[in-house]
Design a protein around this ligand. Sequence first.
Ligand SMILES: O=C1O[C@H](COP(=O)(O)O)[C@@H](O)[C@H](O)[C@H]1O
Length: 234
Amino acid sequence: MAWIEHDYADTAALTAAVAGHLHAACADALQARGRALLALAGGRTPFPIYRALAAESMPWSDIVAMPGDDRCVAHAHAASNVAALREAFAAADGLRIEALTVAEGDAQASLRHARDMLARNRDAFDAVVLGMGEDAHTASLFPGAEALPAAMTMDAREDAFLVVPDPLPPEAPFPRITLGLARLLRARGLHLIVTGARKRDVLRAAQATHDPLRMPISALLHAPDATVHIHWSP
Ligand SMILES: O=C1O[C@H](COP(=O)(O)O)[C@@H](O)[C@H](O)[C@H]1O
């Protein structure tokens, strides 16, 4: 288990610092391998970071990004993570953003699509950005979901899972496609973005206890051989 904590005075400072980390991860990857692969959290918290990164001058056509999880909704729906990412990166001309879901949002078709897409994108991620809910979910690894144990298995044969949160979160009450824990951890850099005092309390509990089924974020924090950069601001 390992984590490095980065505390910032405000979200503007957090945004600038994390955008810098992602820029550096892409630059290193492009220099070493000629391409970069990113997995990016949805929700709301990290989007200023993505807009700041998109404003940078980069060879975007050598970079591929995908959501770390998505809601099974049509891409035209306001809750679609991939649609929100495509909007946030509108200035990043040439960047390919792969979807975990099909355009109409059907759950089973999305699962097949995500697994096929991931089979074509097997490289380790150069950076993974994760968020966390107040229920301690990360990506769409929700406590209590039936598919959670399978999605958390380190020797899982599949990289993507269909998760139905139970209960459904009121702010986004949809089945989800999520990358599994093992796929998320296959990364050169892991960045967890957490804001506010309530989420900090949840984080502290997850740091103190390795209880993946009750607090899925704790599986990430306590994963052997992983170092998680925790970025926090009020
Ligand atoms: O539903 C989701 O929630 C988490 C947390 O979102 P936040 O806006 O509270 O940071 C997010 O990381 C995940 O990608 C999303 O699908």
